[in-house]
Design a protein around this ligand. Structure first.
Ligand SMILES: [Zn+2]
Ligand SMILES: [Zn+2]
Length: 241
């Protein structure tokens, strides 16, 4: 026999179904996730051997990737880890998350980031979580900062406080896409600044971003935090190239 609760849920679902954000199949009306089990299993999780510094996937256990072997001394962060590779269905999903108001995906994504922290245990002594900020104009236009949504889920799960009023972004005039790696670095340099630096003095920070491609953003943010007194900066990203 169908209970009244089940009946009402079916009615609600008829008018306002909850669907998988990847394949569109219908999910249970009380579902906490917005990605069905089948689609979740197909997402490109980073597993196996990874670079000890930046977390890039490696074919063999050789310690560091090519880039880190060459440049790791210049890095302003201690270590970086990412949950997924930025490819295929995941890429489409993140674009929906960022640009199509699918902010509710932050729960699925934030939990996956928390699982990654547990898996690598690479930031056990973190004092504060700080999301990579958007500049104010983009923040207003989009209505939310996707890195901040992810950071707040991780903050709740880890019990590490999140600081929103420390790291800020200046307005970047030139658009980032179509620029070479060097030009991007030059464009983004000095584009972040820190306020209320006393709070982060000698503290260990976990910086959270959604996608890491050239490292330029996370390197510049880490540098701004370190020169403002932070002891160490770790980076956790949802996805990377
Ligand atoms: Zn699905
Ligand atoms: Zn590396």
């Amino acid at each position: 026999m169908v209970s009244i609760k089940d009946f009402l849920l079916k009615v609600v679902n008829l008018f306002c179904p909850i669907t998988c954000s990847v394949c569109g199949s219908e999910l249970h009306p009380l579902s906490q996730t917005r990605i069905c089990t089948e689609c979740k299993e197909l997402l490109p999780l980073i597993r196996g051997f990874t670079c000890q510094k930046c977390g890039a996937p490696l074919s063999y256990d050789v310690g560091f990737c090519y880039t880190c072997k060459k440049y790791y001394k210049e890095y302003s962060f201690e270590k970086m880890r990412s949950v997924y590779l930025y490819t295929g269905s995941l890429r489409k999903l993140i674009l929906k998350f960022k640009y199509s108001n699918r902010y509710f995906l932050s729960k699925d994504f934030g939990l996956a980031m928390y699982e990654t922290i547990k898996l690598y245990g690479f930031c056990n002594n973190v004092d504060f979580i700080i999301p990579v900020p958007l500049n104010i104009i983009r923040r207003i236009r989009r209505g939310y900062n996707q890195a901040e949504l992810l950071a707040s889920v991780v903050s709740v799960k880890t019990n590490i406080p999140m600081l929103k009023n420390i790291l800020f972004r200046k307005k970047i005039t030139k658009p980032q896409f179509n620029l070479s790696r060097t030009d991007r670095m030059a464009n983004i340099k000095d584009s972040f600044f820190v306020k209320n630096d006393k709070i982060i003095k000698d503290k260990v920070i976990l910086l959270i971003d959604d996608i890491v491609t050239t490292f330029s953003t996370v390197l510049t943010c880490s540098l701004a935090l370190k020169t403002s007194g932070a002891q160490k900066v770790y980076v956790l990203a949802l996805a990377r190239d």
